[in-house]
Design a protein around this ligand. Sequence first.
Ligand code: FE2
Ligand code: FE2
Length: 269
Amino acid sequence: MQKIVVFTDTHMQPEVGAGKFDPDVQLEKGIAHVNEFNSDADLVIFCGDITDKGDIVSYRMLQNRLKDLDIPYKLLLGNHDNRENFLTVFDDAELDENGFVQQVIDMGAVRLILLDTLHGPPYDYPLSHMGKLCEKRLAWLDAQLASAGEKDCIVFMHHPPHDTGFVAMDTIKLIDGDPFYDHVKTHNNVSQIICGHVHRTISGHHKGVPFAVFKSTVGQMPMLFDTMDFHMEVNEPSSYGIIFADKDSVLVQTEDFELSDLKALQEKP
Ligand SMILES: [Fe+2]
Ligand SMILES: [Fe+2]
């Protein structure tokens, strides 16, 4: 059984507005919680929007904070990221043959496929807030699915490849959802899709493939499905995801780490 912790939408930035969560403080708390209570995890995956503005200062802040983490980690990019600045700081990041921040990790009976859905360069907003999987990235995905053998595949990607019920966020989902699902359905070996982007806990299935979305470590999406305000957020407690995966089995848990006083429970006489 593999155990994977998922953080998403850390939106690291040096300065935040009044009343907003400090991303570095939030991540510090989240990492401390993982180190204390889930240090047996095999891997931690950060599911994109790792910085807020894609600037080098923020990537360095993130790199610095990640030194606290006791478990190996992998980073995905989201629409708030900048691939060139990311690679300037994380210069040992694994890339696919076309220079996208994509990689495959085989772990026991499962294959983790980490996708790069960043729509740039050029970084042309608001278009670049939408997720993109170009022909090259889709071909790479297809090759990983085709060569998975008996392993079940779990796909990690920042942008959900389908609607999640929040009208504003649905306008900036992955724009290549149809070809993405064509590849997924052709190989029929994806047991779970994990996304970020929406800043909300959501699960279900699309075309029969299960998916889960996790909350951010900073502000969360309010449960106002019809708002077109992308920037609206509520200061709910943050969480990270915990995935247990084996052949024919995936469990998806969430830990509201700011509410969870596990230590007090452990120390209870
Ligand atoms: Fe985000
Ligand atoms: Fe995003």
